[in-house]
Design a protein around this ligand. Structure first.
Ligand code: UT7
Length: 348
C-alpha cells in the first residue's frame, strides 16, 4: 500500500501582531526578537475563536482541495469540503491548546462540524511534534484495516490563549494557526515504479525533559482547589535554554537518522520542513548536518511558533505555491513538549 497526501489546507487568524506592537507593551524590541528567533510577527485569534474553529477552516480547505475545488467562493468551498468529508475514515488532531482540557477531544468537534459521519476521531498530545506523530498514526490505522481509506490529520493551536503576555521570554515566540492534510491509501507501486507518499517516519520521546515545557496547573498532578484564584491563569512555562539545546540535537539526529535509514543524502531531498520554533535552532542543526540553507522551508518570520500547526501550514504553503513537484522527496522534522521529536519522509 502507499499512503499519499491528496489535499492540504491552512487557516491563520487575520489579526497580525508585529514585534513593534509587542515592544509597545512589554520590555522587548524588534531587533531582539528577530536576532534571537527570526520571528517578525504572529497572527492572533480573537476572543471568540478557539482551536476547533481554526482546525475547521484548515480542514475545509484541505477537503475542498480533495474535491477538486480551487476558487475563492466560501459557499462553494464548503459544499466541496462537505462532500469530501463523507469519505474520511479517521480524524487525528494534534494540539496543546484543545477547546477543552481532557474531553471532549477537539477532533470530535471538528468531525461533527465538517460532517465526517463515519470517521473515528481523536486528539494527539505530542506538543509541536503533533503533526509528525499524527501522520504516522493515521497511516498505521489506514494500513491495518481494509475498510479505511482516507484520514484527515490536523495541527491546530491557539497558543495566545495560554500565553503569559507579561512574560517576554515566551509571549514573543508564539502565534495561532492551523494546518491540515488529507491522506489516502492507494495501491502500492509495482516493481520498477517510483515509490509514492509517506515512506518512513520516526516518532521518539524523552520524558525526562517533561518539565522543560508544560502547563503546571490544572491537571491531576496539581488540580485547582475550590475558591483558588490564579494570578496568571493557565499559562505555558518553558525553560528556553533547555528546550533549545534539546531541539538542536533532536533536529540534527532526526534528519541524520532518517537519511541513514533511507540510504539517501541531502541531494535527494527537495525540501526539509522543520518545526518553526526558532530560526536559530534550524540554522544550528543545518550547520551540523552540512545541508544547504535553501533546502529548509521557513515561514516563522510571518507566523512565529504555532506549535503542532507549523509543519502542516508550511506544507500547505509549499503545495499551494506550486513549489512541490511530483516525485519530490520531502522531510518533516519536529520537536516539542513531552519532550517529543521525530520526522516523516514523503515522496510527493
Ligand atoms: O516549540 C518548541 C518549544 N520552544 C522552543 O523551541 C524554544 C527554545 N528556546 C529558544 O528558542 C530560546 O532559548 C529563546 C528564544 C526562548 C531565548 O533565547 P536565548 O538566546 O536563549 O535568550 P536567554 O533566555 O538566554 O536570554 C538572554 C537575555 C536575558 O537577559 P539577561 O539576563 O542576559 O540580561 C533575557 O532576560 O535576553 C533577555 N530576553 C529578552 N530580551 C528582550 C529574553 N526574552 C527577551 C525578549 N526581549 N523577548
Amino acid at each position: 500500500m502507499a499512503i499519499e497526501i491528496i489535499g492540504t489546507g491552512k487557516a491563520v487568524p487575520p489579526r497580525r501582531v508585529s514585534n513593534d506592537d509587542l515592544a509597545a507593551r512589554i520590555d522587548t524590541s524588534d531587533e531582539w526578537i528577530r536576532s534571537h528567533t527570526g520571528i517578525g510577527s504572529r497572527h492572533i485569534a480573537d476572543e471568540h475563536t478557539s482551536c476547533s474553529d481554526l482546525a475547521l477552516e484548515a480542514s475545509k480547505n484541505a477537503l475542498a482541495m480533495v474535491a477538486g475545488f480551487s476558487g475563492e467562493n466560501r459557499e462553494e468551498r464548503d459544499r466541496a469540503s462537505a462532500k469530501a468529508a463523507k469519505s474520511i475514515d479517521i480524524i487525528i488532531l494534534g494540539t496543546t491548546t484543545p477547546d477543552f482540557f481532557g474531553c471532549p477531544s477537539t477532533a470530535c468537534i471538528v468531525q461533527d462540524k465538517i460532517g465526517a459521519d463515519r470517521a473515528g476521531a481523536m486528539d494527539i498530545v505530542a506538543g509541536c511534534t503533533g503533526f509528525v506523530y499524527g501522520l504516522e498514526t493515521a497511516a498505521g490505522l489506514l494500513n491495518i484495516s481494509k475498510e479505511r481509506k482516507r484520514a484527515l490529520i490536523i495541527g491546530s493551536e491557539t497558543l495566545s490563549k495560554i500565553t503569559d503576555w507579561n512574560d517576554r521570554g515566551t509571549c514573543v515566540l508564539f502565534g495561532d494557526g492551523a494546518g491540515a492534510a488529507v491522506i489516502e491509501k492507494t495501491t502500492a507501486p509495482s516493481e520498477g515504479q517510483q515509490r509514492r507518499g509517506l515512506i518512513r517516519s520516526m516518532i521518539c520521546s524523552d520524558g525526562s525533559g517533561s518539565e522543560s515545557l508544560l502547563f503546571r496547573r490544572g491537571g491531576s498532578r496539581n488540580p485547582f482547589k475550590a475558591g483558588e484564584t490564579l494570578e496568571k491563569g493557565i499559562v505555558v512555562e518553558m525553560n528556553g535554554q533547555e528546550v533549545y539545546n534539546f531541539a538542536v540535537k533532536a533536529v540534527t539526529d532526526t534528519v541524520a537518522a532518517l537519511m541513514e535509514a533511507e540510504g539517501i543524502t541531502a541531494d535527494d531531498i527537495a525540501w526539509i520542513i522543520p518545526h518553526q520554533a526558532n530560526a536559530r535552532i534550524v540554522q544550528a542543526a543545518r550547520k551540523r548536518l552540512k545541508i544547504p540553507e535553501e533546502k529548509f522551508f521557513l515561514n516563522i518570520e510571518e507566523y512565529a511558533n504555532t506549535s503542532a500547526a507549523t509543519i502542516p501550514i508550511a506544507l500547505d504553503e509549499l503545495n499551494r505555491n506550486g513549489q512541490l513537484k511530483k516525485g519530490d522527496m520531502i522531510m518533516t522534522v519536529g520537536f516539542g513538549a513531552g519532550l517529543t521529536y521525530g520526522g516523516n519522509i514523503i515522496i510527493w
